[in-house]
Design a protein. Structure first.
Length: 297
């Protein structure tokens, strides 16, 4: 596994200076630059080559706009942007481009509840979006990875597997975020959720987010908050144990924390957890074998 989070580089010339904090925290995964879609093809290639020469995995980039917008023009423009990101990520050797399913809600928020997205018709509509995204693209190193979210059909292991099989495209994968898959029932059995997820989906996981969740019972209605790893109910040993069985270069990112100090604390806790279960996050090693020359096949 390759651990990352917080630390990133926007330009090729920023990469070398990044190595010191990465090495200090046992990290070797970084996201693609936020400006990926606007980078020239040559700059994408150079960024990827320099990152690999430094022993870094460029693990992921995201398209965080609503792909299921009810506005046809907006939907088409966002599909085009994912296609651009996939082409640029392929040139860079970035492992995956991530998105959520999205929502047809009038707010145009990708997080908004939409009853259609919980139905077979909603899944069929998103399938068409996925196929439009990938139509004609030649991808060998990069995949399109969908992240689970509880307001869509793409939420529980069985449903995720069924959708990926229905799409039937070799470059479509799961971006695993187990916290996003927690339900009221599995909140009390996150080890079981991890076991079911890896049993069904190990061959389709492109990358992972590492975080934790806690039920805020003082709130009158249901409220779950993301918290630092180790401060919630997620069985992180089961989660990390499953990830350890996958591609050794699998990028795993912490996210959504408030400060560098919180990220550093999370990195420390994750290293301690992996050591406890006999696993490890691979360090940066520019002298080792070439990493991630080709992404998952």
């Amino acid at each position: 596994m390759r651990l990352g989070g917080f630390y990133s580089a926007e330009r090729v010339e920023d990469l070398e200076a990044l190595c010191e904090p990465l090495d200090g925290h046992g990290l070797s995964a970084i996201p693609a630059p936020d400006r990926l879609a606007e980078m020239s093809d040559d700059e994408c290639v150079e960024f990827g080559e320099v990152a690999r020469s430094l022993g870094l995995v460029v693990g992921e980039t995201g398209m965080w706009e609503n792909l299921m917008s009810a506005d046809a023009d907006r939907r088409a423009a966002r599909i085009a942007r994912v296609r651009t990101l996939l082409r640029k990520a392929e040139l860079m050797g970035c492992g995956c481009v991530i998105s959520l399913v999205g929502s047809g809600d009038a707010s145009d928020s990708m997080l908004a509840p939409d009853p259609e997205m919980l139905t077979p018709d909603g899944a069929a509509a998103f399938r068409e979006v996925v196929l439009r995204i990938l139509d004609g693209l030649e991808l060998e190193r990069t995949v399109y990875a969908i992240e689970p979210w509880r307001t869509s059909f793409f939420y529980q292991p069985d449903d995720i597997r069924a959708f990926l099989d229905d799409v039937g495209h070799p470059r479509v994968r799961l971006h695993l975020d187990l916290v996003n898959m927690v339900s009221r029932r599995s909140y009390f059995d996150t080890a079981g959720l991890a076991e079911r997820t890896f049993a069904l989906l190990s061959d389709r996981i492109a990358a992972a987010h590492l975080k934790d969740v806690r039920w805020i019972h003082e709130h009158m209605q249901i409220r779950w908050d993301e918290v630092m790893v180790g401060d919630g109910v997620m069985d992180l040993e089961a989660y990390l144990g499953g990830l350890e069985t996958l591609d050794p270069d699998l990028p795993c990112f912490c996210e959504h924390l408030a400060s560098e100090a919180e990220y550093v604390e999370s990195f420390d806790r994750l290293h301690a957890l992996t050591e406890r279960i006999g696993a490890r996050f691979l360090p940066r090693d520019p002298n080792g074998s070439e990493i991630r020359k080709g992404a998952m096949t």
